[in-house]
Write a protein of this length. Structure first.
Length: 185
C-alpha cells in the first residue's frame, strides 16, 4: 500500500494536483479523484449511521463494510492494484439474503425516511449510488476491476434493505409513496 501520511499539510496540492498511492500525480478534478472522494464520503456517512443505536451484529457488519470501503478507496488510489475481491461481494450477497428474508414484499415505492437510522441508511444508499456512477465513469477511461462496481452495486441494495429493516426495528414500517396523493397548494 502507499505511503502513510505523517505530515498532513504538504502544500504539494496547491497547484490543483494530488498524489496517488503509486507516486504519480493527477488533477484534483480527475475522474479517479472524484470516485475516491465519493467512496470517502460514503464511508463518512456510514460513520454517522454507526452513531445510532444499532444491533451488535449490524454494527459489526457495517464496521466491516467501512474497512472494505477503505480498501476500495485504496484500490482506486493505486492504479493497477487490486484489493477488493469477489469474496467481499459474496459477503454482501449473504447480508442481503439475511436482512431481506423477513421483509414483506414491496407493493409500492418507498420514500426515504421513517426513523432517523433508516433515513441515514437512505442517505448512505444515495451516496453509494453516486460513488458507483463515478466508478463506472472512471472505468470508461481507465481500468477498473469488476469487483469494485459489483461491490458498490450490492452495497447500495443492502443499504436500501437495511433502511427497511431499521424502520421495523423501531416498530414502524416503510414510508410509502402515494401516487394518487393530492397536493395542497
Amino acid at each position: 500500500m502507499g505511503n502513510r501520511l505523517s505530515k498532513i499539510t504538504t502544500r504539494t496540492g496547491d497547484n490543483g494536483t494530488t498524489g496517488l498511492g503509486d507516486g504519480s500525480r493527477t488533477g484534483k478534478d480527475s475522474l479517479r479523484i472524484h470516485a475516491i472522494g465519493e467512496v470517502d464520503e460514503l464511508n463518512s456517512q456510514l460513520g454517522v449511521l454507526l452513531c445510532e443505536a444499532l444491533d451488535t451484529d449490524l454494527r459489526e457488519e457495517l464496521f466491516s463494510i467501512q474497512h472494505d470501503l477503505f480498501d476500495l478507496g485504496g484500490e482506486l488510489c493505486i492504479p493497477g492494484y487490486t484489493l477488493v475481491t469477489e469474496t467481499q461481494v459474496a459477503r454482501l450477497d449473504r447480508l442481503l439474503e439475511k436482512y431481506n428474508a423477513d421483509l414483506p414484499p414491496l407493493q409500492e415505492f418507498i420514500l426515504p425516511g421513517g426513523t432517523r437510522a433508516a433515513a441515514l441508511a437512505h442517505v448512505c444508499r444515495t451516496v453509494c449510488r453516486r460513488a458507483e456512477r463515478n466508478i463506472v465513469s472512471l472505468g470508461k477511461h481507465e481500468t477498473v476491476q469488476p469487483p469494485l462496481r459489483l461491490y458498490m452495486n450490492r452495497l447500495s441494495d443492502l443499504l436500501f434493505v437495511l433502511s427497511r429493516v431499521l424502520n421495523r426495528v423501531e416498530g414502524g414500517g416503510d414510508v410509502l409513496w402515494q401516487k394518487d396523493r393530492q397536493r395542497d397548494i
